[in-house]
Design a protein around this ligand. Structure first.
Ligand code: ADP
Ligand code: MG
Length: 273
């Protein structure tokens, strides 16, 4: 008989502790978030949900290493985040960031080459990831010939090809029409089922948060403070019409806009509230 081993609790991959973020400009100081704490574990689909202007993009920029907190700390794998790095790749809403003079494949290769991957391997990885998002046939097309959904797929392939420790997504589907948005949520879920990457996903849509996330952090209106944290792994696109889903949506709406700040952190399944 082997001895009984005690398994230590998993360490979070990304840890935000009491993070306050501010912009300083001519008009004075704008406080975007205040005292925000959360932990993201490997394999999480962690969603930051809150109304427009509550500091979601600012939080993502800080995790990306583009701006530094005024107070609190952000660590990835135990190390303080101090600058951007290939371990954190951001997918933005504006897919027209794809340089139009490069083909789809060259667009996916570009960050790989910029990070020292050899051309042959970059080419193979680009083809591989374009295949994963269903764009193998469009590898040599130019971005302007693609639909919005296809551009979103290129952006996702380009990000995953970098094999980041965490994928940061800032309302990546917000500019798409409702049907395409659903398709993209479905495809993202299928990719996650297959690969199991770690994702920090920002949205102001309650429905999207429930569909995409396994955990959701609710942020108050400007400046963003933590209202609650919820487990939402039981919801998916398939359950989007169910009464449980509707109840969860209403409950989150109440938590977000009810005005009543939670005294501590709520951590529970929203369906059983
Ligand atoms: P969200 O992504 O949740 O809509 P943002 O993070 O974009 O919110 O913005 C949070 C707050 O910070 C808002 O009040 C916004 O006006 C302000 N803000 C965002 N970017 C800047 C900036 N570059 N300079 C000054 N204020 C900013
Ligand atoms: Mg934003």
């Amino acid at each position: 008989m082997s001895p009984l081993n005690l398994v230590p609790p998993p360490e979070p991959l990304l840890r935000a502790e009491h993070v306050t973020l501010e912009y300083r400009g001519e008009r004075g100081i704008v406080r975007a978030t205040e005292d925000v704490s959360f932990d993201v574990y490997r394999g999480d689909r962690f969603v930051l949900l809150g109304p427009s202007g509550c500091g979601k993009s600012t939080l993502l920029k800080a995790v990306g290493g583009f701006i530094a907190p005024q107070a609190g700390s952000l660590t990835l794998d135990g190390k303080a985040i101090s600058r951007p790095g290939p371990d954190r790749i951001v997918v933005f809403q504006e897919f027209d960031q794809l340089p139009p003079w490069k083909t789809v494949r060259e667009n996916v290769m570009f960050p790989l080459l910029a990070n020292g991957v050899k051309r042959k391997e970059a080419d193979q990885r680009a083809r591989h990831w374009l295949g994963k998002v269903g764009l193998a046939r469009f590898a040599d097309a130019y971005p302007h010939t693609l639909s919005g959904g296809m551009k979103a797929r290129v952006a996702i392939a380009r990000a995953l090809a970098m094999q980041p420790a965490i994928l940061l997504m800032d309302e990546p589907f917000a500019a798409l029409d409702a049907l395409t948005r659903r398709t993209m949520q479905e495809e993202l879920q299928a990719l996650w089922d297959e690969i199991g990457f770690t994702m920090l996903f920002v949205t102001h849509s309650i429905e999207e948060a429930l569909v995409v996330g396994n955990r959701i952090l609710l942020l108050s209106p400007h400046p963003g403070r933590v209202r609650a944290e919820l487990n939402s792994h039981q919801f998916s696109l398939a359950s989007a019409g169910s009464s449980e889903f509707q109840q969860a949506t209403q409950r989150i709406h109440g938590l977000l806009f009810g005005g009543q700040e939670q005294p501590g952190r709520v951590s529970e399944g929203v369906a059983h509230g």
